[in-house]
Design a protein around this ligand. Structure first.
Ligand SMILES: Cc1cc2nc3c(=O)[nH]c(=O)nc-3n(C[C@H](O)[C@H](O)[C@H](O)COP(=O)(O)O)c2cc1C
Length: 623
């Protein structure tokens, strides 16, 4: 492998001798590849980087470029159709025009981001069209070879997938040559094809910037900038069936078991350091009241003092329907759940508006809505390419339906134990995915007509409280409906007698799919040491399930507000959590939690940024 900054020759993969320039029609039979070559291969694969910063203006040697293209051309392809072509662009004027197109797309993307994300995005470089001396457009011709290309009839997109294999070969070969490659996807494909004057039957697969570089970063630039994290391999490998995660040879473990095993108590040393630091900040000790306690807790969660800023933040609104709706516990029709999901996706619900104000992202997780949800824009890529209903979802929607609403808990268990587990795992995955995508604070949200009834049943079961004390008025039911609701909760509990020592059993008997998913979401956040802000009574009920599964998870929960629902207060007492806000809110959706976000963020920021008496030269209080 070559050293950063050098202008090296090819990696010679001895003893396989492959003509570097000519693609011979003769197949050279592979000979043995020894340990050194294997090692070199893994080094190249591991050291390959997407490069945007630090391209050098030095010209790229034609022979080296040809070798790199030859490697690309050796890629596998559907039916050996070799659907790719490589258009090399060097002309500065052409690249300037294309760079302007990319700039427009970059701005369009920035405009869609919550403001803390937009701010971080502005600091990122996403293309090096002008800085790199060579640009290569990789196209795919889905018509090449006629209609009988082996394997392409069933999946026409295989032509493009094959061209992507060529891109990857190119990327690896370039790295071996010491050349950097950056893939630019900030293009409207049709606009780019028109600007390049490409024939109409071609698809543009990749726009690549290539050249010598000052250095290869040790990790993806997006990781180094804090924009995103990498998923561990173990999260991505399933053995035998989807969801049976584990590396080859390892005992397959359930996602829940793995998550529970990863949760550790918040760090006492970091908490103590935060307490000490609060005493040194330029303010009277204790004068920031509960904000100081919050900062100590945030430090303990992260195991760092001062703690990282809980920004950017993401709200996941888990949506599900409830069979107990049939008991007449609410005047609202069940269709409202799906209608509100559409409202969230249109960014026009209360939670969206408050989230926009505080700069949080909102995503909606359909974990159990009874109705079909509206499809998103048609992303089919060509005739006969049905991407399937789940792949055609609206932006911002995570389609993770476990079942179409729960069963009526007064008649039968709300769901099976397996379904409860599946919903919990949906929540864990949601937390993981949001955190790896860069979120440093998670916020709970929920939607489900009749879900305060299931919440009351869960809270009564976990805290051993009589249903009359923890059943609230939800959307605002009258006295008669409230009494009936209490009776419904009581009947469900009498029927199932759920055992609080068996949290999954409680969720299955009287919970909702969104409660189970929220419990998983809280556990997922705790396992990744990320603070999670609870909204109202639905999140509280889920928190009891999560803490029953892992008592240490309580250390990562922040109560966003005190809902007027009595079950919420009962839970906060039980979990020993003090709410950040107390504003008589009872909407749900995540609205109260996201409203508390700036306070939580300020708690961390104060501990990070306020000067100490020493640093500011301010005299402390006389003893
Ligand atoms: C299909 C594809 C499109 C990409 N588009 C862009 C892009 O437009 N801008 C950018 O900065 N990076 C882009 N990247 C690079 C990724 O951000 C990068 O591969 C990822 O962060 C991992 O980093 P690494 O390639 O250095 O391992 C793209 C990567 C791929 C595979």
């Amino acid at each position: 492998m070559t050293q950063a900054g050098a202008h090296p020759g090819p990696v010679v993969i001895s003893p396989v001798v492959i003509s570097p320039v000519v693609i011979s029609p003769v197949v050279i039979s592979p000979v043995e590849i020894g340990p050194a070559e294997i090692d070199a291969f893994y080094q190249v694969a591991g050291a390959r980087r997407d490069i945007r910063n630090g391209f050098l203006p030095d010209p790229v040697d034609d022979d080296a470029l040809t070798r790199v293209l030859a490697a690309a051309h050796q890629a596998p392809s559907v039916g050996l159709s070799q659907p790719w072509d490589f258009l090399i662009l060097r002309d500065e004027g052409v690249r300037q025009r294309l760079q302007r197109l990319a700039q427009q797309q970059r701005e369009a993307f920035a405009a869609t981001l919550p403001w803390p994300r937009a701010q971080a995005f502005r600091a990122l470089k996403v293309e090096a069209i002008l800085e790199s001396p060579v640009n290569i457009v990789v196209t795919s011709d889905p018509t090449r070879g006629g209609r009988h290309v082996l394997g392409r009839h069933a999946q026409p997109q295989m032509a493009e997938y094959s061209a992507v294999c060529a891109v990857q070969n190119l990327w690896l070969a370039a790295r071996a040559e010491g050349l950097g490659v950056g893939w630019v996807s900030f293009f409207d494909e049709h606009e780019l094809a028109a600007a390049l004057g490409l024939p109409g039957h071609l698809r543009v697969v990749a726009y690549l910037c290539l050249g010598h570089v000052a250095e290869f970063p040790p990790a993806p630039e997006l990781v180094m900038s804090g924009w995103a994290r990498q998923r561990p391999l173990a999260w991505a490998v399933h053995e035998g069936s989807w969801g049976q995660r584990g590396l080859p040879g390892a005992e397959p473990a359930s996602l829940l078991a793995d998550t529970l095993a990863a949760i550790i108590p918040p760090d006492a040393a970091a908490a103590e350091a935060a307490r000490q630091r609060q005493g040194q900040l330029t303010k009277p000790p204790g004068s920031l009241g509960y904000l100081e306690d919050l900062s100590v807790r945030l430090a303990a969660m992260a195991g760092e003092c001062p703690p990282p800023l809980p920004e950017p933040a993401a709200v996941a609104v888990f949506a599900g329907d409830h069979g107990v709706h049939a008991q007449g516990v609410t005047p609202w029709p069940q269709e409202v759940t799906a209608q509100m999901v559409a409202n969230f996706l249109a960014s026009t619900a209360v939670v969206n508006v408050i989230a926009a104000q505080v700069g949080a992202e909102v995503c909606v997780v359909d974990v159990g809505v009874a109705a079909d949800l509206p499809a998103g824009p048609d992303r089919n890529t060509g005739p006969g390419q049905d991407t399937g209903p789940d792949r055609n979802t609206a932006p911002g929607l995570l389609p993770r339906k476990v079942r179409r609403g729960t069963a009526d808990m007064t008649v039968e268990p709300a769901m099976s134990r397996a379904e409860a587990l599946q919903a919990v795992e949906v929540g864990i995955e949601t937390a993981r995915d949001l955190v790896t995508a860069g979120s440093r604070c998670l916020v709970t949200g929920d939607m489900g007509i009749a879900n305060t009834t299931a919440s009351a049943a869960l809270i009564a079961a976990f805290t051993g409280t009589d249903p009359v004390e923890v059943t609230g008025r939800g959307t605002g039911v009258d006295d008669q409906t409230w009494s009936h609701k209490v009776d419904v909760v009581r009947r469900a509990l009498d029927r199932h007698r759920p055992d609080p020592a068996d949290p999954l059993g409680v969720l299955a008997a009287v919970g909702g799919l969104e409660h189970a998913a929220l419990a998983g979401y809280l556990l997922g956040a705790a396992a990744l040491r990320v603070p999670v802000i609870l909204d109202g009574v639905i999140a509280c009920a889920a928190a009891l399930a999560a803490v029953a599964l892992s008592p240490d998870a309580a250390g990562y929960l922040v109560a966003g507000h005190r809902s007027t629902e009595p079950g919420a207060s009962r839970t906060l007492t039980s979990l020993g959590l003090r709410p950040v806000l107390d504003l008589d809110l009872r909407l749900g959706e995540g609205s109260g939690a996201v409203l508390a976000l700036p306070v939580v963020q300020a708690a961390a920021r104060v501990l990070r940024d306020v000067a100490t008496f020493d640093s500011a030269g301010v005299s402390g209080k006389k003893e």
